[in-house]
Write a protein that binds this ligand. Structure first.
Ligand SMILES: O=c1ccn([C@@H]2O[C@H](COP(=O)(O)O)[C@@H](O)[C@H]2O)c(=O)[nH]1
Length: 269
């Protein structure tokens, strides 16, 4: 949490995405192949390093190219982290505890080529199933972002459903995160979409919140203060396509990221 707080103080709260959609590769004049992917990622890295605190590669778009895609992802993560940019691997892993331990080693283990500063995880096999990842993250000084209320409209039926405890499923994830952070501040972050009112009580939650939905999904920096009235300090609004649409010029991409970054900072000041 200390590294995140310091990065955000220096380079703002925007978490910008590297989401190499095939349509974006084409729009950038790149082949839809692992070679195109590599150039796309290199342009993103050049544009973002030094300007934003946090970058979120969307693992799915690398995975689509198999081992060659993973090799590009490994290089991308490593170059970003060596340059001092925090990396959230958006892989949304979640499984029974014994398998979760292996996912944790892949994304948070110091020796892994995919080792990142934080990983998105799904708690829908039970928050307790995340324990091996929580332990490794704590040991390695990394973080987890646990899906609570996602930005997509389809998430509502499940996430807003009432649990036997009388709170929504999403709120139960927030409450579990609060309990873990009481023991280890900042270990658990949440994913809460910026696309609508989330209906959550976040007043006891002091960890980071990854808030996707700016740009292509319709949210604007001006919406953030209303949606997250009590969670501004470590709020990490995410925009991917909304910024990436400015490429392939490194300068134009950097300017687009800096513009959104600065709009977020003035909206949350
Ligand atoms: O609730 C969620 C969780 C994750 N995402 C991811 O964030 C980006 C958003 O991309 P845009 O291009 O800015 O829409 C993408 O990687 C999603 O998989 C999310 O949108 N909502």
């Amino acid at each position: 949490m200390h590294r995140l707080t310091s990065a955000v103080e220096h380079r703002g709260r925007l978490c910008v995405g590297i989401d190499p959609h095939p349509g974006l590769l084409e729009a950038w004049g790149l082949p839809v192949s692992a070679e195109g992917l590599e150039t796309f990622a290199e342009i993103c890295v050049e544009a973002y390093v030094g300007e934003v605190a946090v970058v979120k590669p969307q693992v799915a778009f690398f995975e689509a190219y198999g081992s060659a895609g993973y090799a590009v992802l490994e290089r991308t993560i490593s170059v970003l982290r060596e340059a001092g940019t925090l990396v959230v691997a958006d892989a949304k892993r979640g499984d029974i505890g014994s398998t979760m331990a292996a996912y944790a080693q892949s994304w948070l283990g110091a020796e892994s080529a995919l080792s990142s500063d934080a990983l998105t995880v799904s708690p829908y096999l039970g928050f307790g199933a995340l324990d091996p990842a929580l332990s490794l993250a704590a040991e390695q000084g990394r973080g987890l972002f646990v899906l609570a209320r996602t930005s997509n409209p389809e998430g509502g039926d499940l996430q807003a459903a009432q649990t036997a405890g009388g709170v929504s499923v999403a709120q139960s994830m927030v409450d579990a995160a609060v309990r873990h952070n009481d023991a280890q501040p900042g270990l658990v972050g949440l994913v809460v979409g910026a696309t609508r009112g989330h209906g959550l009580d976040l007043s006891n939650f002091s960890g980071p919140i990854l808030a996707p939905g700016l740009g292509a999904q319709g949210a604007t920096p001006g919406d953030l203060a209303d949606i997250f009235p009590d969670s501004r300090k470590l709020l990490l609004p995410n925009s991917s396509r909304g910024v990436l649409g400015a490429g392939p010029s490194v300068t134009a991409l950097r300017e687009a990221a800096v513009k959104v970054r600065d709009e977020i900072e003035s909206a949350l000041s």
